[in-house]
Write a protein that binds this ligand. Structure first.
Ligand code: FES
Length: 121
């Protein structure tokens, strides 16, 4: 399968992102939680540039043992990327939509080698 050079490893630090074009499509490559993730930069909702969105931790409700609501907090585990058009959120590790798991981002395989990062298209 064809591979496209993305960047030197040092040019894509934690939290960073780079865009490459393959077959006329833009792919966003991010390094998050120590891993590389590459997704087609097209949101399944209405085609927005999802990979350009903010990365934020999932908001979760705090429920006490007595089942009372205690407020909200940011998850320490789940990191989401938020589409800038209408706010759909996608888990950065799986690409699945947080609000509706039937939707997801198109994922590409990445490889990190001595000379840099590649995406397999
Ligand atoms: S196009 Fe991404 S949320 Fe609507």
């Amino acid at each position: 399968m064809p591979e496209i050079f993305v960047a030197r490893s040092e040019d894509l630090p934690e939290g960073g992102r780079v865009f490459v074009t393959a077959n006329g499509n833009q792919i966003g490559v991010v390094r998050a939680k120590g891993q590389l993730h590459a997704y087609l930069n097209i949101c399944p909702h209405q085609g927005g540039p999802v990979c350009e969105g903010l990365m934020v931790h999932r908001v979760e409700e705090i429920i006490a043992e007595d089942k009372t609501y205690q407020g909200m907090r940011f998850s320490e585990d789940d990191l989401h990327i938020v589409c800038p058009w209408h706010g759909w959120e996608f888990n950065i590790e799986t690409g699945r939509c947080a609000g509706d798991g039937q939707h997801g981002l198109k994922r590409f395989r990445t490889e990190e080698r001595a000379d840099g990062i590649y995406v397999v298209v």
